[in-house]
Design a protein around this ligand. Structure first.
Ligand SMILES: C[S@@+](CC[C@H](N)C(=O)[O-])C[C@H]1O[C@@H](n2cnc3c(N)ncnc32)[C@H](O)[C@@H]1O
Length: 266
């Protein structure tokens, strides 16, 4: 993937230069997004922060970690609280707020929902580009007072979940490990938003999910939750204890111990 870092307005220049240096990528001023040459994708500092732009005449919209507006913000306000499938999968109910390691953080949408519901969530992301998008999204959200409490519950680390979980010391073991690895979409009905294609191209397929699950099962005190496409097979290895199925996704739950001990209560 031919990727560059860029800035649209002078304000973003210093940040773009620092990020380009960090990622070892070229840095360009006001890149021409309508042309697919020489960059197929640009990590661009625009008016709203940092976003991944595909280039070319028929390019889809940009991808960013956005906790302030759009779908994630809407879900925070009107999303159905502890009745949501993800909340039920994670055992969130009155008095129970498990500590969570989200070992496949991505753009942080699931982690944000879990933190909104009151859970402490430590996010791990191994892709340096996705990590940069997520870090920028969190930074942008800090300026919004009503998000402060939720953001305080979210921490981010650039790390491979497998290694992190394998090395996790006992005192840092979370109640729950949450996984949502990239799954190849063979189901033609599964609508992948055009914007997300750029994200998929960047990250590729997560082929080490069985190893990640095995590490998660060792590190979690009480439960591992895996998000899958509804019809996707479970991750190879230990069978889930049970599953919760929604319209497009499914949660496979690996129950190890009851949630609700001193560690997991608020
Ligand atoms: C489908 S996305 C996760 C989306 C996320 N749940 C959300 O709500 O935005 C999968 C992400 O997990 C990351 N990932 C996959 N395997 C990983 C691992 N072993 N360690 C850390 N990150 C991983 C990928 O780089 C990708 O960004």
């Amino acid at each position: 993937m031919n990727l560059a870092v860029g800035w649209q307005y002078e304000d973003g220049r210093a940040k773009a230069e620092t990020l380009a240096l960090e990622l070892g990528l070229p840095c360009v001023a006001s890149p021409d997004l309508a042309s697919a040459e020489p960059w197929q994708q640009v990590l661009l500092f625009d008016l709203q922060g940092l976003a991944l732009y595909a280039t070319g005449p028929k390019r889809p919209g940009p991808v960013r970690a956005d906790f302030v507006s759009g779908a994630v913000a809407h879900r925070r306000q009107f999303g159905g609280g502890t009745g949501q499938l993800i909340a039920r999968a994670c055992g969130i109910k009155s008095g129970i707020r498990p500590t969570i390691v989200d070992a496949t953080a991505g753009l942080g949408r699931d982690a944000f929902v879990l933190a909104t519901l009151g859970c402490q969530v430590h996010m791990l992301e191994r892709s340096s580009v996705v990590h940069a998008l997520l870090a920028a999204g969190l930074e942008q959200a800090i300026s919004v007072p009503e998000l402060a409490e939720t953001l305080q519950r979210m921490t981010l680390e650039r790390a491979d979940g497998r290694t992190w979980l394998q090395k996790c010391p006992e005192q840092q073991q979370p109640d729950l490990v949450y996984l949502d690895p990239m799954f190849p979409h063979t189901d033609k009905k599964a609508q992948v938003k055009k914007e997300m294609l750029a994200f998929r191209e960047l990250v590729g397929q997560d082929t080490d999910e069985a190893e990640l699950l095995a590490a998660a099962l060792e590190a979690a005190r009480c439960r591992v939750v895996v998000k899958r496409a509804r019809k996707a097979p479970a991750i190879t290895g230990q069978k889930p204890s049970y599953s919760l199925e929604g319209k497009s996704s499914r949660y496979d739950i690996y129950a190890l111990r009851a949630l609700g001990g001193a560690q997991s209560s608020q």
